[in-house]
Design a protein around this ligand. Sequence first.
Ligand code: ATP
Ligand code: MG
Length: 482
Amino acid sequence: MGRVLNFNSITLRLSVMFAMSAIILLAGTGIFLYRFLEHELMRRDHEELIGKVDLYRHLLSAVDSEEQVVDTPNMFRDVIIGHPHLSLALLDRRGNILLSATDWKPPKELLENPVEVDAEPSRATMSMPTPDQPYHAIAAWGALGGNHTNKVLIALALNIDEAQSLLMRYRQTLLITLLFSVITAASLALIIARRGLRPLHAMAETASEISASHLQKRLSVADAPAELKELAVAFNSMLARLHNSFARLSDFSSDLAHELRTPINNLMGQTQVALSRQRNAEEYRAVLESNLEEYERLARMIRDMLFLAQADNAQSDNAQEPMHRELLNLRAELDKIAEFYQMAADERGVSIITNGSGAIIADRILVQRAIGNLISNALQHSPPNSEVHAIFSSTDETVELRVSNHGQGIPDKHLEKIFDRFYRITNSRSRTDTGSGLGLAIVKSIMELHGGRVSVESQANQLTIFTLHFPKTAPSVTTYTA
Ligand SMILES: Nc1ncnc2c1ncn2[C@@H]1O[C@H](COP(=O)(O)OP(=O)(O)OP(=O)(O)O)[C@@H](O)[C@H]1O
Ligand SMILES: [Mg+2]
């Protein structure tokens, strides 16, 4: 509750909107009721006047002449005794006042259009109050002794003071009530909004406890209100991704240190042994040659890592080196690579068989590298006198290259990790352990750069198949003929 209100706050906006709605609703209701009361009061006044006209007509029917009216004034005045807001005047046909109560002089306009002797008085014949004449009034002829030719003009007025003061009191009460309601509504709105937003603060609090070293913390989705569930789920999955990336990053640096240690230790050991005593030129040469191998291995690893770092960079928006995309005849590229590896294959007695065709827009050097890495792996893990197949096939949306070889295969538990950096399957039966475990990571990176992917399937002691899935992005690809 101690939080300071900020103008850019949901709490404040909700409170203001809530309070405004309450005010509009209350004021609307108040105004409606006020109008209703005003109308009802007027109707009551009009009906009272009509009733009094009827009464005076009745009294006049019992009187025979104007003189008799003048002689029996009390009979007429009695009717309005106790009604201080009512005024009466009885006039003869020439407009002379025969009798009046409260010394009221009816205005000329009122007398110009009286209700005829045989017509019923109605609300339509009423004259409305004006600032000079603050009363409702009516004028109607009344027959003397039931004789329609002998008549007296009845003028009646009803003062609006009483109604006015009632309405004024109502207005004052309404205003005070409204003021209180506004204050109450605003305070209630503030409390409700703050309560409603409490889960959001709780979430923010949990979120603020999360740091790089506490990435395993999660927002509670079960406790979150429906509106915030989606946010909590999205936030949690972002945390999971961050956690993953962080874990991979720290694995990567420890792997890197580990990978660098072996060749450096070898180099150091060989150099120390060589220096331990006097040696001839031939022996030094042998040491240097052996060192060169380690240097080459190190250089290759550094080059591969640089490549991966650049590929990561290219995938983020601040790519330094753009890719050189061009239309590639994939079969031609594959055949070039097969030729390149022919010697290594011959040494093992393995033949490389290529087939199919395909065309995509891609970076030539990168595609060659990806295919080359797969072929080199396949050759390394093929038994002697076997075949490595590299075959293209196309669907409407993709061009696929399947590189398959016979061999021991890759156990399931390794399948999803072999694309990780530095991941190798250490196997006593594997013939070579010269690789650094970056080859497939590079293939994966290259495929991602091209909007494609790489997949693998492997059966123990049968086929291991790596498939590159290239998307056909440009329409011109389909019209390309090899
Ligand atoms: N065709 C294959 N058959 C069986 N195992 C394979 C095949 N291709 C890759 N592997 C396994 O996957 C692991 C990772 O391969 P990757 O190409 O990433 O690394 P590497 O070949 O050991 O080193 P590098 O390619 O960097 O020289 C290898 O150690 C190997 O055990
Ligand atoms: Mg490899």
